[in-house]
Design a protein around this ligand. Structure first.
Ligand code: ADP
Length: 301
């Protein structure tokens, strides 16, 4: 079982020729509405790869269709609490022709997720993965991480969006998965410009978690384990990326899926890189998330 503690959003996705500048209005070429939120996305990514997945989240009274769709994906929604006084979180996503995006999120019901909503047993048997992101209140993130560690879980934290991290909670994290911007924010440094800069930065600083996996977009990911002096670069396959929305979420979901099966960290990162790269070859956060069969074929693009 993979337990995901995180957000659920309605994604309003607008495709534009070029991202609007300040004060500018542009006409969208295409509009779709879908399910998003880092929690829901990562849960679906792990479920598509075959894991049993349970989601702990809060939604508004308007979420019936979203919950149905999550259940169809095989995600256990028993711990998703409806909050009648709130609206489900919304993400307004603007994507340009090159697949670059700008996103504005209204947290909505996600902001009401509370420590009391966490199941007392977050981990039912040792080695189960608990996957958490920062689109929910900080005290819930901290409590989920600490409780999962105490119960013998493998704790994966995707610190997105970036915010100052509680050191005690960080020390309970097994695998921290920031992108380059989030890594820079966590460390209070400039965003590394190259893969080599990212490796050098990771080599220099000590984060209290067992391992850090930094995602690098088209450059793949870099892995640094606390007990090793070296970093490992895992390049991404060259793909025709049309939309990177949801790439990071696919990465985290795939990583959780692999770790939950007892896959070693390095192999798990390799699989996550491949899954995330495949997810960039189609539009939308969830539409292009791969199924296990797509990853298990030996020859990939
Ligand atoms: P985020 O979307 O959270 O900012 P990244 O941009 O680092 O995260 O992307 C996460 C993962 O998605 C990468 O590690 C890589 O596997 C894959 N990915 C993203 N963009 C591309 C791309 N242009 N080509 C191939 N893979 C990509």
């Amino acid at each position: 079982l993979v337990t995901v503690v995180g957000s659920v959003n309605r994604d309003l996705v607008l495709t534009v020729p070029a991202l609007p500048g300040r004060g500018e209005t542009v006409l969208a070429r295409h509009f779709t509405e879908g399910i998003g939120g880092k929690g829901a996305n990562q849960a679906v990514a792990a479920a598509r790869l075959g894991s049993r997945v349970r989601l702990v989240a809060r939604v508004g009274a308007d979420a019936a269709a979203i919950l149905d769709a999550l259940a169809v994906e095989g995600v256990d929604i028993g711990a998703v609490s409806p909050d009648e006084r709130a609206t489900t979180g919304i993400a307004a996503v603007v994507v340009d022709e090159r697949g670059e995006n700008t996103i504005v999120v209204n947290l909505g019901a996600n902001a009401g997720l509370a420590v009391q909503d966490l199941p007392s047993r977050l981990v039912r048997s040792p080695g189960e993965v608990v996957l958490v992101q920062n689109e929910i209140p900080p005290d819930v993130v901290e409590q989920a991480v600490l409780r999962a560690r105490e119960q013998g879980g493998v704790v994966v934290l995707n610190p997105a969006p970036a915010r100052p991290a509680d050191t005690r909670a960080l020390a309970a994290v097994d695998v921290l998965v920031p992108n380059l911007g989030e890594l820079a924010a966590l460390l209070g440094t400039d965003r590394p410009a190259t893969v080599e800069d990212a490796r050098a930065l990771l080599g220099r600083v000590a984060l209290p978690c067992r391992a850090v996996v930094v995602t690098l977009g088209a450059d793949g990911a870099v892995l640094k384990e606390a007990d090793s002096a070296t970093t490992t670069h895992i390049p991404a396959p060259v793909v025709d990326a049309v939309d990177t929305v949801g790439a990071g979420d696919t990465f985290c979901g795939a990583l959780a899926d692999a770790l939950g099966r007892g896959t070693g960290l390095r192999s798990a990162v390799r699989r996550a890189v491949r899954a995330a790269s495949l997810a960039t070859t189609g539009f939308g956060a969830q539409t292009a998330m791969p199924y296990a069969a797509q990853l298990d074929v030996p020859a990939l693009p």
